[in-house]
Ligand binder design. Sequence first.
Ligand code: CAA
Length: 401
Amino acid sequence: MDFDLTDEHRLLEQSVREWAGREVAPRIRELDRTHTFDRRLLPQMASLGLLGISVPEQYGGSGMDYLSLGLACEELEYVDTSLRVILSVHVGLNSLTLLSWGTEDQKARYLVPQAQGERIATFGLTEPAAGSDARGIQTVAVKNGDRYVITGEKMWISLADVADHVLVFAWTDQVKKKERDPSGMSAFIVERSFPGFSSGTLTEKWGILAGNTGFLKLDEVEVPEENLVGREGEGFKIAMFALDQGRFTVAAGATGLIRACRDASVAYAKQRKTFGVEIGSHQLVKEMIAAMESDYQAARLLWLRSGWLKNAGRRNTRETGLAKWFATSASERAAGDAVEIHGANGYSDEYPVGRFYRNCKGAVIYEGTREIHKIMQADYLLGYREDRPSRCELPAVERLP
Ligand code: CAA
């Protein structure tokens, strides 16, 4: 077991840290307050290689390993969750899914421009009435000659108003839809420019305010059959596979958020005095800071293990789910305690911990709620859920750093 990061990993960590610290940290309060998604960050992230971070070079990516993806997510969320969300949907849920399930033609037309940051991508599974219950989606795709006609609505979609390409899930078998048999679901690449496609931004959101979240409407959108990902009926597995990658980015990101809460709390505890001493001298404050450190280290080990399994091309659904559940729950604890350590100042946007508190909650809910992950972990132990290899894993990393 080697706990050391390579020089290549450290260099990446440092360059993402410097970029986010220089380009985003000084402006994040304003972007958050004004609910502004700053599109100008995308080409900068592309030039750092982040938008194709663990996509192989032959498909236009940076060819880094999956640990690098996690490290980048940690550093991005250290500054703001909205930055990490970009990698979650664009790389984790979409590009890595195309890498594993897409045809060579789909990779050339979609994965390459995505990896180079020329096109932005997202993932369309969730619907107004179907979140945790992924089998409950209502969107349908009806075959008509060499096209599928897709009708439905997607909700809570990150980058809804930004993305050029969306991986959309829909029922292609209407009988199986009634029976809730997931082998009737299929996955499609839908372009924003296809007639009948529209999107909008949700403005009532109270966290991740510098991120774009919205809905998609598909009104008889005609999608060429070449845009079917995998085979007809494989859509549910593709969605679950995609979530194995998305949840990994969420876990690593939430770990960065715990570290941000820890660092802000340590700095404040040494600066603020009560009863004539720094508040860091008070035992109850120490306890909260110490818990942030143990949660940070544990969360980090869990996502590193999941990334290590991905690097080896091994099944990791169970480990990734645990990493996501633990890190997001721990980030909620850390953010709550960070606000308390800051006292009344924690309740003001003058300090970042209030933003951390608002931001952490989303990840407890999306990409599998805490309850879904708890049930899955218990079901593995109880033998109600089989921990078996997926039909399709990420390609193992050929050249480990
Ligand atoms: N990889 C590949 N295949 C998988 C898989 C995986 N990780 N997990 C399951 N499958 C396959 C199974 O092998 C099975 O196929 P076979 O019958 O051929 O073996 C098939 O998929 C069905 O699997 P299950 O019976 O396990 O499925 P389920 O119905 O029991 O799953 C659930 C239940 C785990 C709760 C699932 O519905 C779930 O994860 N729900 C949460 C969904 C979620 O996280 N949504 C958030 C989306 S994020 C978003 O849309 C927002 C955004 O910003 C983009």
